[in-house]
Design a protein around this ligand. Sequence first.
Ligand code: FAD
Length: 309
Amino acid sequence: PFEVLVLGAGPAGATAAIYAARKGLRTGLIADRFGGQVMDTAGIENFISVKETDGPKLSAELEAHVRQYDVQIISGQRAAQLVPAERTGGLHEIVLESGAKLRSKTVILATGASWRQLSVPGEDDYRTKGVAYCPHCDGPFYKGRPVVITGGGNSGVEAAIDLANIVSHVTLLQRGPRLKADKVLQDKLLSLPNVTVHTNALTTHIEGNGEEVTCLVYKDEHGEEKRINTDGVFVQIGLIPNTEWLKGALDLSSHGEIIVDDHGATSVPGVFAAGDATTVPYKQIVIAMGEGAKASLAAFDYMIRLPVE
Ligand code: FAD
């Protein structure tokens, strides 16, 4: 059995695996896709100390760094079930989608999250060419240019307030009749001079010139088609943690995020979690890496405190 078994090879999981291996622990890493969401990213300019990189490059570097260490990499596999140990210090079992079973003293869950998609024509074609999901990441690319945000919940309205500072104009589209964000955020939004809000606006497609986004098309409350010329579309309709398979095994928040304490510990002793799959706020590469390191050190701490058998 492993001493540390890490699930997910995005920034959080790769970091956790390296930290565990550096402690000399028997470490396994279930890596269905090195890099995780980073693989879907074009330019990255906020991975501090690296002025500019891109997703495939950073993902390859993550993989190369992990491979420098004695980590058993289980590629092309995903976890389907966690069976917690019956007693503290016992072995947890991870059942893979293939049916294979792995056992480990500690488990670090780093299965990340996925942005909910609009699922309209043009979204896939222009992803990273004007269709964006992360305002902290991509906002500065649209400096002085117009953007559209879809989604009138807290994340959409926060993104609008954030981007209004950087871009020339923000149009916020909400599918339903009213914004769902907290009142203070709505008040702030409506006080801004370069923001327009349309409710009852159903996005139907995103258009471009083959290279980048040029226009978003929506239907208004009368079913009439409206067009907005824009350079960017920020989709802000939710981030879904990849934790469906953990339901019932440990405590999840109402949003499905793994509830962790300030050591990355979950409700199951010996099971830790890090990155976008958890309740830790702000989903970013540097944060996921920091949390991965923390969860790994916490797993080590847990192990050295287990009674000698
Ligand atoms: P993830 O990167 O989501 O990795 C999780 C991994 O676990 C994936 O490989 C997934 O396939 C795997 N997995 C899922 N389920 C299972 C399972 N059941 N069993 C085993 N493995 C599983 N952040 C920045 O800081 N700067 C940016 O510029 C930036 N741009 C972004 C652009 C886009 C388009 C997107 C989508 C995100 C961007 N982010 C950016 C956010 C950043 O990518 C994430 O915060 C970060 O990748 C989270 O790391 P993670 O390791 O927690 O999860």
